[in-house]
Design a protein around this ligand. Structure first.
Ligand SMILES: Nc1ncnc2c1ncn2[C@@H]1O[C@H](COP(=O)(O)OP(=O)(O)OP(=O)(O)O)[C@@H](O)[C@H]1O
Ligand SMILES: [Mg+2]
Length: 443
């Protein structure tokens, strides 16, 4: 199984966290006040946009000061008893094992839904008031009115978007480490698109690198649309497959700007990638098939049906994995595939572009038009390239990609026939072959 790079390259200590110097200083001052026995405040709340290092900072803080982390994702657990559990552990002084201090971490507190998680917020306030250990919390959007009391009980620390220089350093280090060929301009494009979100840029980098073996500016700009980050299909399907609860999956599909039909292709292509159990796969496809029926109905009769489509292709697909009901379930990182259709479109477009580039180069050498080169001499060049790659590459000034392309089509029909034609073998007189050569000539 591939390790997600966001995990592999997650900073372990505060020093390794890029940017966020003010935040690090505040955290150090705060935790040291606790260690001196004179806490400035019981709890801090890190808030800011996604992928800027809030969770990372909390983990790194614990590591840097050798604290045991008592962790809870507030939106995941969504139940009072687990908050109470944390509260109990928080109120006990000392640890069973030695002198190690503790740091209590409540992640994603803005995910609490006061109606469904009745009492959760007051339970958390209770923790804050009586805690014997420092409490650190994180949220994207702490301005929800429901969180007002919580806000008043903590010190708020803003975590800003990551700067371009920091992001570039981060991405370049990963490329070097993973030995991935990465154009500088591709990194620039990724940074532009990610809007200071390190998780997004790293996930995208990994998806492209694993999907295509290299990261080029062209690939990035084709796959990423700036300011339309929700368009990113990888992110959407990951959010669907990794959703623990139905509502998370529904949110993922309804927030996604990927066109419905295309999103279905993405999900369809990746169901067997994500799910290991054949029964999960079956349930997921069953839900997706129904989603597709409702989509057709929505288009034909009433757009109200779209809501069912979302329910089925989001929660329906997400909840197909029965293992999610278990407390110990963990999301599995998978290398998602591009839908075959998208892949084919991309390949044929790219292939054509490379071919035309080579034809242009031959044409300039021979003072000949592209169509003449294509119809008359290109196949010959392909054959010659198979015999003497170096001299063809040198005389035409071909890039590695171009010479690789010529090599890759050597076994194809064109070159086979050309070889026959140029060698004047008897086989070329057979009807099958001659009709084929005339077709090649015309195309
Ligand atoms: N400041 C940073 N320095 C280095 N890597 C970072 C930084 N911020 C984020 N990352 C990378 O991005 C990944 C995601 O970051 P993290 O989970 O800390 O974001 P977050 O702010 O908690 O996001 P969310 O609001 O979605 O929970 C990390 O695993 C790490 O690889
Ligand atoms: Mg986080």
């Amino acid at each position: 199984m591939t390790v997600p790079w966001v995990v592999k390259y997650r900073p372990r200590t505060l020093d390794e966290v890029e940017n966020q110097e003010d935040v690090k200083d505040e955290l150090r001052g705060w935790i040291e006040s606790w260690l001196k026995g004179k806490p400035t405040t019981n709890a801090v709340l890190l808030y800011g946009p996604p992928g800027t290092g809030k969770t990372t900072l909390a983990l790194a803080l614990a590591n840097s000061y050798g604290l045991e982390l008592i962790e809870m994702n507030a939106s995941d657990s969504r139940n009072l008893s687990s908050i109470r559990g944390v509260a109990e552990r928080a109120s006990i002084t000392g640890s069973l094992f030695g002198e190690k201090g503790k740091l209590i971490f409540l992640d994603e507190v803005d995910g609490i839904q006061p109606k469904q998680d009745y009492g959760a917020i007051s339970a958390m306030l209770e923790v804050l008031k009586n805690t014997k250990f420092p409490v650190i919390m994180a949220a994207n959007d702490p301005w929800n009115p429901n969180l007002r009391d919580l806000r008043n009980a903590v010190k708020m620390i803003e975590v800003k978007r990551l700067g371009k220089i920091a992001l570039r350093r981060l991405l370049k280090r990963i490329c070097t480490n993973e030995k991935v060929k990465c154009e500088d301009k591709a990194i620039d494009a990724l940074i532009e698109a990610s809007d200071g979100d390190a998780r997004y840029s790293i996930n995208f980098l990994q998806s492209i690198a694993e999907g295509y073996g290299e990261v080029t500016e062209k690939l990035v700009s084709e796959l990423v649309k700036r300011k339309e980050r929700e368009l990113d299909p990888f992110e959407t399907i990951r959010n669907v497959f990794w959703a623990r609860f139905g509502w998370q999956a529904k949110q993922a599909v309804s927030n996604s700007q990927v066109e419905y039909d295309l999103l279905m292709r993405w999900i369809s292509e990746n169901i067997p990638v994500q799910y290991d159990s054949i029964y999960d796969v079956w349930r997921a496809y069953d839900a997706l098939a129904r989603a597709s029926i409702f989509l057709t109905r929505a288009k034909l009769s009433s757009w109200d049906m779209l809501s069912y489509t979302f329910d089925l292709m989001g929660p329906g697909v997400a909840m197909a994995e029965i293992g999610k009901k278990s407390q110990t379930w963990k999301a599995k990182w998978k290398k998602y595939q591009f839908p075959t259709l998208v892949q084919q479109l991309y390949r044929s477009k790219k292939t054509r572009e490379i071919r035309d580039e080579i034809i242009g180069k031959i044409g300039r050498k021979l003072h000949s038009s592209s169509s003449k080169v294509y119809n008359d001499v290109f196949p010959l060049f392909v054959v010659i390239a198979s015999a003497d790659k170096e001299s063809i590459q040198k005389s035409l000034g071909l890039t590695q990609e171009e010479i690789d392309f010529m090599e890759s089509i050597q076994g194809s029909q064109v070159s086979e026939e050309t070889r026959e034609r140029s060698a004047g073998t008897s086989r070329s007189s057979s009807t099958r072959s001659s009709t084929r050569s005339s077709r090649t000539r015309k195309s």
